[in-house]
Design a protein around this ligand. Structure first.
Ligand SMILES: [Cu+2]
Length: 281
């Protein structure tokens, strides 16, 4: 008996070890939904870490307790006060203590949710002053374009058709150019739209912001691990709404600088640093 239990444990461990190998091979893709996924994508930013905490520690336990309490009370009532066991029903219509309790307790529960919820909203909303880089996303029917005003870089990002995908590239999520961001850096992200309302969303980073024509919304994002993160337009924006994905490529700061230089060279932009040194000569 003990031996078969041991064998079972070893088999389960081997299964997990095997799953670990698969994950290790795909380590560069971090922000994507997986088969049989429960709950949120793994957190990739301080904001998503706080969202996880709010859900796992505050909301989910409360929901479980309330659901169990209500289900338990109903089961108790069904059994205790069924017609055969309780042929003469009570004529009571008021009970002051009970009424104060069932008003007061939900108010306390809501306050208990509101305090951490507002704290989280402020944390998401207020862009830290240490933001080192500004990136602007513009929604179009039906693709995104990006601008890096600090570097003069801008480009469009269109979905890759299913027929043109390379092995390992997910369908409906892969784009021809990627939003390249430096890892571990606080980035001020601006979002707007050219035609109709879109929404720029990246689940692993816990950000989703409407892109509204004539208005600039903003948020902050900080992703610590280099890798590929996927998102989608999250506002019904027309016929091809489902075909304007977001693909973010997070690289080390040095690789990001190299990418910027590459883009600037392709666009024929002289980097500001060089201009400054020419001025000094
Ligand atoms: Cu859209």
């Amino acid at each position: 008996m003990t031996r078969s239990l041991l064998m079972f444990a070893v088999a389960v461990l081997a299964l997990f070890a095997g799953a670990g190998d698969v994950l290790a091979q795909d380590a560069e893709v971090r922000g994507i939904a997986t088969d049989w996924q429960w709950g949120f994508q793994a957190e990739a930013s301080p904001i998503m870490a706080d969202i996880h905490w709010f859900y796992d520690v505050i909301l989910l336990p409360m929901m479980i307790i309330i659901s169990a309490l209500v289900a338990g009370l109903m089961a108790y009532i069904f059994i205790k006060f069924r017609r055969s066991a309780n042929p003469e029903p009570s004529r009571n219509t008021h009970n002051t203590l009970l009424e104060v309790l069932w008003t007061g307790v939900p108010i306390l529960i809501l306050i208990g949710i509101a305090i951490p919820s507002l704290r989280l909203l402020y944390f998401e909303e207020i862009v830290p002053p240490q933001a080192e880089l500004t990136v602007k996303a513009v929604g179009h029917q039906w693709y995104w374009s990006y601008e890096y005003p600090d570097h003069g870089v801008e480009f469009e990002s269109l979905m890759v058709d299913e027929a043109d995908l390379e092995p390992g590239q997910p369908r409906l999520l892969t784009t021809d150019t990627q939003v390249v961001l430096p890892a571990g850096t606080i980035i001020h992200f601006l979002v707007t739209a050219e035609d109709v309302i879109h929404s720029w969303a990246l689940p692993a980073a816990g950000v989703k912001t409407d892109a509204v024509p004539g208005r600039v919304n903003d948020f902050w994002i900080q992703i610590d691990e280099p890798g590929i993160y996927y998102g989608q337009c999250s506002e019904l924006c027309g016929q091809l709404h489902g075909f304007m994905p977001i693909m973010v490529d997070v690289r080390s700061p040095a690789d990001f600088e190299a990418w910027v230089a590459e883009q600037q060279a392709a666009l024929g932009i002289v980097p500001e640093v060089e201009l400054a040194s020419t001025d000094q000569d």
